[in-house]
Design a binder for this molecule. Structure first.
Ligand code: GDP
Ligand code: GDP
Length: 466
């Protein structure tokens, strides 16, 4: 499960600066859902290949009337939901009364907590951190969020229990990369790796992990029940913390799936009940853990900013995507045309996801969703040989020459697969890192069309030289 890191601390210690640095701001998801506090920000971050969810809790201002009361609410919740808490203090300001209040609360929790002294730029390391040992939280980590100093080391350190010690950097050859992929897929040794994986790969052998996500009230539970009600399913009544999604194995048309249910549908005997409320963390973790994400949108509400935030998060995660526009029943033709126009306008930038119009309540269109889910999964895990990828790359370059950079033509040499779900195409060549974004997009679209890939994003990586 992708770890969740929460940033807590007084206002102005540098929490948003660190948050922005880690998420590169693009994908901040502001939790502005009905019934939830507004000032938590969620983002997806990646340091040295390690992914995590980061939550900025906003300021805890506890100077006058008791930190505990002020902390009650969103910061407390964020701490409870997090795996790791980064408690930030301002190295320039020294220990403040509010810091002591927060420290007291954190000492009483059994949470992995790290005390981070920010703004240590231009300061002597020892004098910057010395004061803060009095907070009784052990080691003090010195960083400068606005300059980036110490940030990577800090994050690598706090993530160790989740990802293990960092292995030595190794460059994999194509064969080795393929072997590693198969090892991961099969959990077996090299002998199991088919000689010609292109033809032998059978993605139907593994269950598809399908996460059903969306804002509150869009119809996730109704849809989950509809899907489960129509099929022979084994439903586990799994006790979990409120943060966890429920994993429900099911079979449909002889294909195995695991539904990742974020809405909290549970069956007890014949009774199905919704037991849990919407949680952003739960939703984000479900996305990370899925092969395919089914994003449910409410036709009657249109596309909200929250839908777009979730969508942004899904796109960044690289997961396959199918969109279900729910509550399509009982709408006039005029209404439907209007909704479709709006969708075109706001979702036009996603060219790979299939959109279905369904009624979870009446069941119409629900069965067809699975065709797109299967297609997305098949495309996301498709095996493509180096020779075919290289051929497509050459055709793309023939149709539309790579531009000159510094007076020299960019040279594309060969392409091979670098990963699956999402598919990654690695292109080797000269000056490829300098290619304009427009040309990179052109290549991506060319690969998408040539390989007939739907339902999943494609990523292209460039490598200089051989
Ligand atoms: P938040 O309220 O905790 O989210 O704090 P902000 O991220 O908004 O930062 C508060 C102020 O501290 C801003 O003016 C930042 O530019 C500044 N700041 C943040 N990190 C650093 C740092 O590493 N060094 C210095 N010198 N200033 C910083
Ligand atoms: P969740 O919070 O996303 O799990 O949403 P629910 O499944 O609890 O649905 C919220 C409300 O929308 C309930 O009153 C449902 O009966 C209603 N609803 C769900 N799907 C449909 C649908 O396809 N059509 C209509 N008209 N109402 C629906």
């Amino acid at each position: 499960m992708i770890p969740v890191v929460a940033l807590v601390g007084r206002p102005n210690v540098g929490k948003s600066t660190l948050f922005n640095r880690l998420t590169k701001t693009r994908d901040a998801l502001v939790a502005d859902f009905p019934g939830l506090t507004r000032d938590r920000k969620y983002g997806r971050a990646e340091i040295e290949g390690n992914e995590f969810i980061i939550v900025d809790t906003g300021g805890i201002d506890g100077t006058e009337d008791g930190v505990e009361t002020r902390m009650a609410g969103q910061s407390l919740l964020a701490i409870e939901e997090a795996d790791i808490v980064l408690f930030m203090v301002d190295a320039r300001a020294g220990v403040m009364p509010a810091d002591q209040g927060i420290a007291q609360h954190l000492r009483s929790r059994e949470k992995a907590t790290f005390l981070v002294a920010n703004k240590t730029d231009g300061m002597d390391p020892d004098s910057a951190t010395g004061d803060f040992y009095s907070l009784g939280l052990g080691e003090v980590y010195a960083i400068a969020a606005s300059h980036g100093r110490g940030v990577t080391q800090l994050i690598e350190h706090v993530l160790i229990p989740f990802v293990g010690e960092k292995p030595q950097e190794v460059e994999l050859s194509e064969e080795e990369a393929n072997a590693a992929y198969w090892e991961a897929q099969l959990g077996e040794n090299d002998d199991e790796i088919p000689a010609d994986v292109e033809d032998d790969f059978d993605p139907t052998g593994l269950p598809i992990k399908l996460a059903i996500v969306g804002r509150p009230n869009v119809g996730k539970s109704t849809l989950t029940n509809r899907i489960l009600g129509e099929e022979r399913v084994v439903v586990y009544d799994m006790p979990g913390t409120t943060r966890d999604s429920i994993y429900i194995p099911m079979v449909r048309d002889e294909r195995e799936y695991v539904l990742i249910d974020t809405a909290g549908v549970r069956k007890r005997g014949k009774v199905t009940e919704t037991v849990e409320k919407f949680s952003v963390i739960k939703t984000l973790q479900a996305i990370e853990d899925a092969n395919v994400v089914l994003l449910v949108i409410d036709a009657r509400e249109g596309i909200s900013d929250q839908d777009l935030s979730l969508l942004g998060f899904i796109l960044n995660s690289g997961r396959s995507l199918v969109i279900a526009v729910n509550k399509w029943d009982g709408l006039s033709q005029e209404n439907r045309d209007q909704i479709k126009d709006t969708l075109d306008l706001r979702l036009g930038f996603i060219d790979f996801a299939r959109i279905h119009f369904i009624s979870a309540l009446h069941g119409s269109g629900v069965g067809n969703l699975f065709e797109s889910v299967n297609e997305a999964y098949t495309c996301a895990t498709k095996r493509v040989s180096t020779s075919l990828l290289t051929r497509i790359m050459q055709m793309a370059a023939d149709d539309h020459q790579p531009p000159l950079v510094n007076g020299r033509r960019v040279k594309l040499k060969y392409a091979h697969a670098g990963g699956y779900n999402p598919p990654i195409v690695v292109i080797h060549g000269n000056q490829v890192k300098d290619l304009a974004d427009s040309y990179k997009r052109y290549l991506m679209n060319y690969f998408r069309r040539s390989l007939e890939i739907m339902g999943t994003p494609i990523r292209i990586q460039f490598k200089e030289g051989e």
